[in-house]
Ligand binder design. Structure first.
Ligand code: NDP
Ligand code: OXD
Length: 311
């Protein structure tokens, strides 16, 4: 059988090579034309923003495997077959990178680096008092693969941790807030808010004017999830009023972020180009191939997405 690789992202050769090494008995086909020409032979599609309607034309398809941890890109296809599983990527290498990025940015905000960067631009020397880490509350939105790893990496610094999830549970590292009714209280208890949610109908636009107003004055925002979580105009307004002190954004509604976007030039916004965690072909292909082998052995795959929850 054949694996179809569907992604406009760069490094196609690297990906095809890594998948071929992991699955030596399979043919790896690249791109929509190759897919349509050999539709009947394809049992797995490995995708990032698959062309809408294409997966529906593959009669032997057994699973759609995302090249990323998020699957919002695949769910944009209204014809994505519902009878085959959609699988997100769980890759320890990706998780490790995200934990590093979150720790780096929580420490940057905790230690007022955005304010010092602004001062440096004006050659202005002024020291600010900072609270101890034990008095800086960090609220993590989403406690999945990435949220849990970020929390574990933050815990040794002594920040009081909280997490917002769908269902209540025991959590040894901090306080759990569950469901939409607890969101306002969660925000009110978070001096630094880290967003690691999937982008779904329930989470789109969740970091809005209303959310910023509920946070303590001077709270900082770190978004490593998806651009659609943040209402950019509301964030800029909250920064300009001082309600939010600074923000770090890795993800945007439009990527690459257009050069004339005001987010680029705001003095208290730090931007990374969707680089918080970059999928590495070698490690990701290993995880994807393991899932393909699991299904072929009749075992359950890891990371199956609920189509109703959208994650
Ligand atoms: P998971 O599916 O493992 O975890 C999702 C978490 O979000 C769960 O804890 C879930 O709660 C929570 N959640 C989902 N919907 C809601 C809701 N409506 N209300 C409250 N909590 C909710 O995802 P990952 O941790 O693997 O990844 C998270 C996201 O990070 C990805 O979807 C992707 O968009 C983004 N990402 C960004 C990268 C980057 O480089 N910037 C790289 C990789 C991923 P519960 O536990 O109750 O189910
Ligand atoms: C992902 C991403 O979802 O890279 O893995 O954003």
């Amino acid at each position: 059988m054949a694996i179809l690789f569907l992604s406009e992202a760069d490094k196609t050769d690297e990906w095809a090579g890594a998948l071929a090494r992991e699955l030596p008995d399979d043919e790896v086909l690249i791109g929509p034309e190759a897919g349509l020409a050999r539709a009947a032979d394809i049992d797995f599609a490995v995708v990032w923003y698959p062309p809408p309607g294409l997966c529906a034309k593959l009669p032997a398809l057994r699973a759609v495997l995302s090249l990323g941890a998020g699957v919002d890109h695949a769910l944009l296809d209204p014809d994505l077959p519902r009878h085959v599983p959609l699988v997100r990527l769980i890759d320890p290498a990706l998780t490790e990178q995200m934990a590093e990025w979150v720790v780096m940015n929580v420490l940057r905000h905790h230690r007022l680096m955005p304010a010092y960067a602004e001062q440096q631009a004006r050659a202005y020397w002024k020291r600010h008092d900072i609270p101890r880490a034990s008095a800086r509350r960090v609220g993590i939105m989403g406690l999945g693969e990435l949220g849990r790893a970020a929390a574990k990496a933050l815990a040794p610094f002594g920040f009081p941790l909280a997490a917002w999830v769908t269902k209540s549970r025991k959590w040894e590292l901090g306080e759990i807030f569950a469901g939409p009714d607890s969101l306002g209280t969660f925000f009110a208890h978070s001096d630094i808010v880290v967003c690691l949610l999937p982008l779904t109908s329930a989470t789109r636009g969740i970091l809005s004017a209303d959310a910023f107003a509920r946070m303590p004055r001077g709270a900082a925002i770190i978004n490593g999830a998806r651009g659609g979580h943040v209402v950019a105009a509301d964030l800029i307004a909250a920064l300009d009023r001082g309600q939010i002190s600074a923000a770090t954004l890795d993800v945007f509604e439009r990527e690459p972020l257009p050069a004339d976007d005001p987010l680029w030039r705001h003095p208290r916004i730090t931007i990374t180009p969707h680089a918080a965690a970059i999928t590495l072909a070698e490690t990701a292909a290993r995880e994807i191939a393991s899932n393909i082998r699991r299904l072929r052995r009749g075992e359950a795959m890891v990371g199956i997405v609920s189509r109703d929850r959208e994650y």
